[in-house]
Design a protein around this ligand. Structure first.
Ligand code: PLP
Length: 392
């Protein structure tokens, strides 16, 4: 077998992908332009009518954004990808592009709150019905599908913030509706949903993909036909990615595999240590044997990833003291970057849900979400130890 026959591994794909256009530039190139000079009227007519015209108008397509899309498509093993101005831009545009009045969506109950609020607020306003199911119950998605009416099955795995998983093989086997997985927490390194037969994989690339907390970006990957139809709506909806953010996304992709590996190692160590601490009721991390879906995690994820949730003994007061007591980790509502962050979902990411909705999803007042960064694990352990000591 020659080197050319070898399927490239993700680490290698991440270094070289999405740069066909770079010419002699070693780094990705930034096309900071909103429009391109059109060579002739006939060409202008052609470019305004074909899908995803390149070098015409940046809302249609932009070379830096296209490079980012190509890199994500390569990592996900997809034919194509489409970038958006945020993760929610990707979620909302995908749903509105593929569903019409009278259609039905089956969605996971444990899901990022923005996605949930969109599904339960915006969708019914447009006459799109949504049925929420418990994604951890085998067969729940299939059972809720209404033949001929269900257009989309919307899932997220691992799910924000409780780290519940859905069985990707089971979702991939659903026939009829278009299946979507928000794979933000796993990144393209932690799992490859399309290999399980799923139609679309979606990311808030604001998180691990861009990876430096300096871009707000979303992306969807899948077949070229599906992406073309999402593009046809998205070009009118206008949530297109900025070339500057796409540039930061490309920069992030090159180090994603090494960042993810290091974050995973540290997360495993921290989560395992926290699990034995008397101030901790439980830890939810797919890399620990205590995770209720550990066997599924082993089957479909390459590792436990960089995120975990910790339930503190002592409810809101314990949660507050911990997130305000850490000194190296910082309190912020994002994830996947180089800084270790703690978040109190009940007061931030999921504050828009009612208390009953939060309780139903296990988002208790003592729950803290941890996004593990790139600091030295010993320093993080010492920081968590001092913050937990103050809870006693
Ligand atoms: N999906 C998941 C799983 C998320 O965690 C988030 C944001 O936290 C989003 C989507 C939305 O992404 P963005 O903030 O880039 O719009």
């Amino acid at each position: 077998m020659t080197a050319e026959d070898q399927p490239a591994r993700p680490d290698t794909i991440a270094i070289r992908s999405g740069r066909d256009d770079a010419n002699t530039s070693l780094a990705p190139t930034l096309w900071a332009t909103s429009a391109f000079i059109t060579p002739s009227l006939d060409e202008a007519r052609r470019m305004s009518t074909v899908p995803r015209s390149e070098r015409f108008y940046s809302r249609y397509s932009n070379p830096t954004v296209k490079s980012f899309e190509d890199a994500v498509a390569a990592l996900e093993g997809a034919e194509a990808a489409l970038a958006f101005s945020s993760g929610m831009g990707a979620v909302a545009t995908t749903i509105m592009a593929l569903c019409s009045t009278g259609d039905h969506i089956v969605a996971q109950r444990h899901i990022y709150s923005g996605t949930q609020l969109f599904l339960q607020g915006a969708c019914p306003r447009f006459g799109i019905d949504v049925t929420f199911v418990d994604g951890t119950t085998p067969g729940a998605f299939q059972a809720a599908v209404i033949p001929g009416r269900t257009m989309l099955v919307v899932t997220e795995s691992p799910a924000n913030p409780q780290m519940a998983l859905v069985d990707l093989d089971e979702i991939g086997a659903i026939k009829g509706p278009i299946t979507v997985v928000d794979s933000t927490f796993a990144t393209p390194i932690g799992q490859r949903p399309l290999e399980h037969g799923i139609d679309l994989v979606l990311h808030s690339a604001t998180k691990g993909i861009a990876g430096h907390n300096d871009a707000t970006l979303g992306v969807v990957a899948g077949s070229k036909d599906l992406l073309d139809s999402i593009w046809a709506y998205s070009v009118l909806h206008g949530a297109c990615a900025s070339p500057f953010d796409a540039m930061n996304g490309l920069r992030g992709i090159r180090t994603l595999p090494v960042r993810f590996a290091r974050q995973t190692d540290t997360a495993l160590r921290l989560a395992g240590w926290l699990e034995t601490h008397p101030a901790v009721a439980c830890v939810r991390y797919p890399g620990l044997d205590s995770h209720p879906q550990r066997e599924l995690a082993k089957r479909q994820m390459t590792s436990g990833g960089s995120m975990f949730a910790v339930e503190l003994v002592g409810g809101l007061e314990a949660g507050r003291k911990f997130v305000e007591g850490v000194q190296l980790a910082q309190l912020a509502s994002t994830l996947g970057g180089p800084e270790t962050l703690v978040t109190h979902p009940a007061s931030s990411t999921h504050v828009g849900l009612t208390q009953a909705e939060r309780e139903d999803r296990g988002i208790t007042d003592g729950l803290v979400r941890v996004s593990v960064g790139l600091e030295h694990p010993d320093d993080l352990l010492a920081d968590f130890a001092q913050a937990l000591a103050a809870l006693a």
